[in-house]
Design a protein around this ligand. Sequence first.
Ligand code: MLT
Ligand code: MN
Length: 302
Amino acid sequence: MLVKVLGAGAGGGFPQWNCNARLSRLAWDGDERVIPRTQSSIAVSADGKRWTVVNASPDLRQQIAATPELQPARDGPPRNSPIAAVILTNADIDHIAGLFTLRERQRFSLYANRRVLGVLKQNRVFDILAPDIVARLPLPLDEGAEIAGLDVEAFPVEGKVALYLEDPSKEGFGTEQGDTIGLKITAPSSGTLFYIPGCAKMDDGLLDRVRGADALLFDGTLFTDTEAIDLGVLNKTCRRMGHVPISGEGGSLHAFDGAGIARKAYIHINTTNPILERGSDAERIVNAAGWEVSYDGMTIEL
Ligand code: MLT
Ligand code: MN
C-alpha cells in the first residue's frame, strides 16, 4: 500500500493567506527554515494505479499537478483519472472545497459519514458533482468497506462540527457523532495506516484502536493550546477549534507512547505551529518523542 501526503497543512495552508505571524512571514520570504504546505489531504493506493483521495482540499488541483500518480494515464482515453474514490473525514472547508476541482463529469465514488453527506446535500452547489456520475455513499462507523482495493474502516473521534455549522445555542455547538471520523486503512498483505487529521481529545478507546499500527498520521494542528491567542492571530484555544494540542496536559505528544506504533507523523499542521520550523525546539521535542513532521509529497510504503 502506498500513502502520499498531498497536503500537510491545516485549514488555510502554510503560509495562510492573511497570516503575518513569524513562521508565516518566514514562509512568505522564502526562508529555508520552513517549507510551505498545502491544505490537509492524503492519497492512498493498494496497487499504485487506482487512488483514493482522503479529504478534498481547496488545493487539490495544485496537489494533482505535484503528484504524477494522480494525473490522467498517458495511454488512457481522452478523459481519465486514477482517482477512483474520495473519502471525507469531516465537512470542514479544508476537506470538502476540493470537490469542486473534481467536476467535469468524471466518474468516482464519494464516501463520508451520513452527517457529512447531509451537509453536501443541503448545499446545492455540490450537485456540480452529478449524482449519476459521482455516487455518494455512506461510510458506516466501525464497519469495514472495500474502496478501490483498500479495506477502510471509519470510526468516530472526538471532534467538532464544521466552523460554518456551529450553533452557539447548542451544547458542543451542535456536534454529533459522525461529524469527525478517523480511518483505519489496509490492503491485502499490507500494513495498517490510521489517518486522524482532526481529533479534539485523547481517549482510551482511541488508544486501544491504534495499538500496533504500522503508521499513524495524526492531528498536529497547534503545538500549544493557547498558541493562536499568544500570537495574536485568533482568540481561540486549540481545543475550542476542535483539536487536541500537541504539548501540555492531555496533549498528543506522549499519548501514544507504548502503543507500539511503528511510525507516527503529525499532519494538518497550522500556519502558526513551531514544529514547521526546521531546527526549532518544538521540532526537536516532537522528534525526541518519536514523531515525524509530515510534509507535502511525503510517501509511506506499508
Ligand atoms: C479546522 O480544522 O479547525 C478547520 O479546518 C478550520 C477552518 O475552518 O479552516
Ligand atoms: Mn481542518
